[in-house]
Ligand binder design. Structure first.
Ligand code: PLP
Length: 421
């Protein structure tokens, strides 16, 4: 039996309608921006394997650091114990985050980093004896698949089976010049009920790479601060260079109270989540009363092996060659965007940092389930490019090490698809 046949017997894949999906592609190795299947066919990973990979696949430096760590200490309980990597990573990250970020809480992935952030806010008010239980989020937001993270995500096909069980969240539109005053008054009206405002800074990934301007985010964050509403910047996707700066919050002057990280945190090598917060929030959990403790933790909290990958990835991330690569991808994206944005089959294009998104004309239906999506997905897969359209939206967000030739190949296939499909 082939690997794919064995897979189909025992595996249930994520976000996959198992009855109609194409059989999975069996990947045997990765190198740079590319993955190779069983037959040796090469695929350019233009979506960074669900947005996690930043330095390329099987990076030798990360592999070396991980293998050194795994032979030394693979794991230790993180309540009552600590280890060098956990402390070093927190020290180094807090140094490059907005300077109000003072404490680091580890977890397993992006969803759990968001759960921790939500609990920090809700319990902050609980510990202070104030009843503030409502949360504010953006329409079309995506913050993860666990229940708390799903509750603060926009209601959609992804959440439909669970909508009646999700806690109540106030949703507002993305800010722009014409609605910003209205959004601020909505916040003012709700303020004494609001525990926090959670948002994906600058780019809503799963929502369709929807982008909004830093200056309006800054205004909303300032307004929240003035009204004692905590702000949670979910940088799970936008962190580590995706938006052109180290963190999307580096585009605004206001500082969030809490930040969430995962995806690029380990360079895409292993699962790891991180939530950072201000001293002010942390202090609200200090007490001789045990009931004020943050009762949250995962078996693999601060796993030393995942952290060694994060430390190695951070070394690479802070190297000036990474910064240069990010600038290079940005400018290539911008040129390609200019070239195709007036094509009759392209409805709109948008770009922030290393992310380029193109909305295709569908003549009506634009849902996540549009058949155009499947056609495009298959077309690019056959051409040896992994692109996973969100409905009729194609987006490219490659590992930063992608070569100019690989980028040019992706662009040329997109132009070709505009003629062929
Ligand atoms: C992917 C994502 C998450 C969830 O992260 P997982 O590691 O998949 O649980 C949360 N927030 C944002 C903005 C994301 O893009």
């Amino acid at each position: 039996m082939s690997l794919v046949e064995r897979d189909l017997k025992v595996i249930w894949h994520p976000y996959t309608q198992m009855q109609t999906a194409l059989p999975p592609v069996a990947i045997v190795r990765g190198e740079g921006a590319c993955l190779y299947d069983e037959s040796g066919k090469k695929y350019i990973d233009a979506v960074s394997s669900w947005w996690v990979n930043i330095h390329g696949h099987a990076h030798p430096y990360i592999a070396k650091k991980v293998s050194e760590q795994i032979g030394k200490l693979e794991h230790v309980i993180f309540a009552g114990f600590t280890h060098e990597g956990a402390v070093e990573l927190a020290e180094r990250l807090l140094k490059i985050l907005p300077d109000n970020q003072q404490k680091a809480f580890y977890s397993d992935d992006g969803s759990t980093a968001v759960e921790v952030a939500i609990k920090m806010c809700l319990q902050y008010w609980h510990n202070k004896g104030e009843r503030r239980t409502k949360m504010l989020a953006f329409n079309n937001a995506y913050h993860g698949d666990t229940f708390g993270a799903m509750a603060v995500s926009g209601r959609s096909a992804f959440t439909a089976a669970f909508d009646s069980l999700l806690f109540e969240v106030e949703f507002i539109d993305l800010p722009n010049e014409s609605n910003i005053q209205d959004l601020k008054s909505q916040i003012s009206n709700l303020k004494s009920d609001l525990a926090c405002f959670i948002f994906e800074p600058l780019v809503q990934g799963s929502g369709g790479m929807l982008m909004y301007e830093a200056k309006y985010l800054n205004e909303l964050m300032m307004h929240c601060r003035e009204n004692n509403v905590f702000t949670i910047a979910d940088e799970v996707f936008t962190g580590f260079g995706r938006t052109g700066k180290r963190f999307a919050c580096d585009h605004v002057n206001e500082q969030p109270d809490i930040m969430c990280f995962s995806k690029g945190l380990t360079g895409g090598t292993m699962a790891l989540g991180l939530t950072t917060c201000t001293q002010y929030i942390y202090d609200a959990f200090l007490s001789s009363d045990r009931m004020k403790t943050l009762f949250h933790g995962h078996s693999f909290t601060a796993n030393p092996v995942a952290i060694s990958a994060a430390l190695a990835s951070l070394d690479l991330f802070l190297d000036e060659s990474t910064e240069k690569n990010i600038r290079r991808i940005e400018s290539a994206h911008r040129q390609f965007e200019l070239k195709i944005k007036n094509h009759p089959k392209i409805k709109t294009t948008r770009q922030t940092g290393t992310i380029l998104a193109m909305e295709w004309e569908t003549g009506g239906s634009t849902s996540y389930f549009s058949s155009l999506r499947d056609t495009l997905y298959k077309y690019f897969l056959e051409a040896g490019i992994i692109l996973r359209p969100l409905g009729n939206i194609i987006y490219i967000l490659p590992p930063y090490c992608i070569t100019n030739e690989e980028l040019a190949y992706i662009y040329s296939k997109i132009e070709q698809a505009l003629e062929d499909i």
